[in-house]
Design a protein around this ligand. Sequence first.
Ligand code: ADP
Ligand code: GLC
Length: 494
Amino acid sequence: MAKGFNVLFVTSEVFPYSKTGGLADISNSLPQALNSLGNDVRIVTPKYGQLDERKLQIHEIKRLKDLKINANGKETKFSIKSSFIHGKNTKAQMYLLENQDYFKNKGIYQNSKTKKDFPNNDERYIFFCKAAIEILEILQWKPDVIHCNDWQTGLIPAFIKTVYNNNDYLKNIKTLFTIHNLAYQGNFPKSMFAKTGLPESVLTDKGGLHFGQFSFLKTALNFADKISTVSEKYSEEIRSDKDFGCGLEDVLNARKKDLTGILNGIDYSIWNPVVDKLIPYRYTYQEIPLKYENKRELLEKYKMIYDEEIPLLGIISRLVDQKGFDLIEKILPQLMKEDIKLIILGDGEEKYQKFLKKAEKKYKNKLAVEIGFDETLAHQIEAASDMFLMPSKYEPCGLNQMYSLRYGTVPIVRNTGGLADTIVDYRKPNGNGFLFNKYDSDELLKIIQTALNMFKNDKAKWNKLLRQGMSLDFSWKVSAKKYMKLYKTVSGSK
Ligand code: ADP
Ligand code: GLC
């Protein structure tokens, strides 16, 4: 086996410490998968105000307390706290950065109390990017690669290549930047640029200047040694199609040879009906009647009548435009005429919250809506549903369709990004779900009706589809090795 790499994995979310979406799951599972292949991957992440040190086993280290750093034009104190994420036979070291100026309040990107973005998100992540780099010398641990994720880490490659290029310890460290979502760019008025401490040359089109603003993401795309996205299809879409490129197509095309797509993997010790402790009845693919017990229990919780023959559709999602809620809004009256039940768990934009709560009242006994973030309920919906809806406008990878496959919950998805790379049309011999092409409400309704029809009238076909999905392996086995290959190219060694 090739010698392992030292990698600093920098991320703004890690399950179970902090999570708004899939990035948190990946930041937990990928480092562990890589460590089991002989690498030393360590995670650095903010210690947000809501984290419970006792519950999450976060420890203080005396010599890493009250350190000083210059960020945003002033000196600030911070501490590095330690914790480990664990699997059955795997683990990864976590460094949590504690700081009273930037990460004292409860909330990840939004203040939990006001539900509004923190007004100083620029400063919060400038501090984070600088501190993630400066801790390396303090720890006397040198990575071959700093693996950055999403805009919150976007200034790291530029810092390494400019501010720290005189620092012998840091200057040769290579950077990989993974795009989990190109639409979230960390764009700020350019008047804040001075706070970064980066040279003026970075505030140009070849750096982070983006339609008159300063963009953390664009800065990363121009400075990282290599760039990756979380599925192959998305890596093509963002270069070739304006609807996906979010104004960054040209930058991405200029870096075409440095851009690759690696499909996310799933942690089957967490998302697996055979071992899932959060669901009432655990089951294998030979025990589908137990899946129906989960369906019965969830429907009863929402005071809906259980009938094995009436399909239950599930949605677990951030309530944002990306996830296709405008299509769902359009088709809902017609969908509710079908003999189905629908359970939706979501958190996010108020316009969608309002629409869903209103709809729940109107379609009592058929539709249940839970607004909020609820990890346990997410597992229970995966286990209980017959079908999972994910009509995304775009989807860099998507994890829920892969979770659904393992839970025998047949995905109905739009043919885009990671959904296209994982879901195979039901008409093919290796089919595992239902796909629609155009982002259009009629197409969505039609494909749902096709699925309902098969569920009701062709059980043999349905069961085959469900079992085929359950037998697939989307673990990190393949993708973690691809990251290792990429680390090898990035670091230019080993
Ligand atoms: P994205 O990262 O774009 O939100 P993914 O499919 O990659 O989409 O990952 C979403 C992750 O977040 C999954 O683990 C899903 O179960 C979880 N999730 C999304 N919304 C909620 C919610 N309201 N409550 C609990 N879990 C949620
Ligand atoms: C982003 C994307 C999602 C992806 C996740 C993890 O939030 O929206 O498609 O699965 O990151 O990479």
